[in-house]
Design a protein around this ligand. Structure first.
Ligand code: NAD
Length: 483
């Protein structure tokens, strides 16, 4: 049994009330640990500690921050096996994926912002005859970071690192569904010499712990990644308190596939963009829009490849699995009911569509076949609502206008993927896509300097690069007139 405690003032401790919630291993469906369930008393304590740490931390030199953040990255690299095993056990994702993507990206987040803070600059203006104006970018103070379960350490660090680099002290909450790697990060930060109280990690449910963080009057900014409904709830509390907010929310992303694309690359990458991490990435393409001239060819080739994907227990080493377990029973049931809804709406299942029962001891784990559905128009719920699982739909288009109209016909606007070799087509579609991110002839290629975020119901604000450092600082204009 693994007992996940809060990390406050550089020390591990249970929730003050002693309350815990169970932690379930999604590959077996069995409880394998407990998680502290923190309430407002734990948040009050953590804020008090963070306030004590803030004056010293906000005054550290950039060299000191650079050194500590890089040391944390090095320790993450050294603990790769331990962290990857913890991530895949907690989340259900294939072990190779944790090793290839999640844990290396967590280390990259530290290295990226260690360097970025040394290059972060602000504007200055001169006006005749003798006026100089410049901008100071100062840390906000105590900030809250709340992250989801799909890329646990990857997204947790994507939020906390720019906040630390900018000189803030943090109250952070990972998802209660996948808390283990964030918990291990506490001891890594101690080993790297991050002063106690700079990063405080509280565990617990959203309504209990998350709500207490969002409502705390001394937490001045909230960076949140998760579902759109939760994001709206957070706005309803933090908005009237005039907190700074960055919200990275859900998606229902389209891939637009034209007949002049590099077909083989598109096919391979589209399988990946649809089913990576069991389809549980906010950026996954869940709606594939295909030009009518290649629809039948694509349908046949894609369905064939998808039906060959291997689903297995996340730590499988006898053969390479493509998909592991769905993260929780609740999410597993939600995905299966979305597949049933698609059938009721008239969808035809071309591949998958069922749950999978693996041999013991994994018979109670949460496994679903990669699923491909056609025959649904853009007006149905299946094509409008986020499923966040291994389920994609195919739709046909015959003109660029129809393609972009279909791509934009949801309430979400996170990313759009374009497959074409015609630059006019690419620019037309990229220009008209209602999304914060466009990938052309690729998917999930991330340059951490670029702004990251969505439009419409997919979010508010941008993360990444300077945007993250601007979010975690307050700008102050100073104007001096020379005598
Ligand atoms: P969620 O909204 O249920 O939970 C996210 C986090 O918010 C968790 O830590 C949770 O405990 C906390 N939370 C829940 N209720 C809260 C409340 N009332 N107050 C404060 N905190 C609360 O989302 P999830 O199920 O963990 O994640 C899946 C969702 O996240 C999907 O919609 C997905 O698209 C989205 N997501 C978006 C991005 C992005 O960058 N846009 C990235 C990953 C995931």
């Amino acid at each position: 049994m693994i007992h996940v405690h809060n990390f406050i003032d550089g020390k591990y401790q249970p929730a003050l009330s002693g309350a815990t919630i169970p932690n379930v291993n999604p590959s077996t469906g069995q409880v394998y640990g407990t998680i502290a369930d923190s309430d407002e008393n734990d948040v009050n304590l953590a804020v008090h500690i963070a306030q004590k740490a803030f004056p010293a931390w906000s005054q550290t030199s950039l060299d000191q921050r650079f050194a500590i953040l890089n040391r944390i990255a090095d320790i993450i690299d050294n603990k790769m096996d331990e962290l990857a095993l913890a991530e895949s056990t907690d989340n259900g994702k294939p072990l190779w994926l944790s090793k290839k993507v999640d844990i290396p990206r967590a280390a990259s987040n530290f290295r990226f912002f260690a360097t970025a803070i040394k290059h972060f600059s602000s504007e200055s203006y001169y006006d005749h005859p003798a006026t100089l104006s410049y901008t100071l970018r100062q840390p906000i103070g105590i900030v809250g970071c709340i992250s989801p379960w799909n890329l646990p350490l990857y997204l947790f660090t994507w939020k906390i690192v720019p906040a630390i680099a900018a000189g803030n002290c943090i109250i952070a909450k990972p998802s209660e569904i996948t808390p283990v790697t964030a918990s291990i990060l506490g001891e890594i930060c101690n080993e790297a010499g991050l002063p106690a109280g700079v990063l405080n990690i509280l565990h617990g449910t959203g309504p209990n712990t998350g709500n207490a963080i969002v409502s705390h009057p001394d937490i001045k900014a909230i960076s949140f990644t998760g579902g759109t409904a939760t994001g709206k709830h957070i706005i309803s509390i933090a908005g009237p308190m005039l907190k700074k907010l960055s919200l990275e929310l859900g998606g229902k992303n389209a891939a637009i596939i034209l007949d002049d694309c590099n077909y083989e690359k598109m096919l391979k990458d589209t399988v990946r963009s649809a089913f990576s991490n069991q389809g549980q990435i906010c950026l996954c393409t869940s709606r594939l829009l295909i030009q009518d001239t290649i629809y039948d060819r694509f349908k046949s080739d894609f369905t064939h490849l998808v039906s060959q994907l291997k689903v297995g227990q996340p730590l499988e080493t006898n053969y390479k699995i493509d998909q592991g377990a769905i993260v929780s029973k609740q999410h597993f049931d939600k995905i299966l009911s979305a597949i049933e809804l698609a059938k009721e709406e008239g969808g035809i299942v071309l591949a998958g569509g069922n749950k999978i029962t693996l041999p013991p001891p994994f018979q109670d784990g949460y496994y679903i076949e990669p699923t491909v559905i056609e025959g649904l128009n853009q007006e149905c719920r299946t094509n409008k609502e986020e499923i966040f699982g291994p389920v994609v739909t195919l739709q046909k288009f015959s003109s660029l206008d129809e393609a972009i109209q279909l791509a934009n016909a949801t309430g979400y606007g996170l990313d759009t993927v374009i497959w074409s070799s015609n630059t006019d087509t690419i620019h037309y579609l990229a220009n008209n896509a209602q999304s914060g991110i466009v990938w052309v002839n690729c998917w999930l290629v991330r340059d951490l300097r670029t702004p990251f975020g969505g439009v419409k119901q997919s979010g508010l604000g941008r993360e990444g690069g300077w945007d993250a450092l601007r979010f975690f600082t307050e700008s102050k204009s100073v104007t001096q007139q020379f005598l």
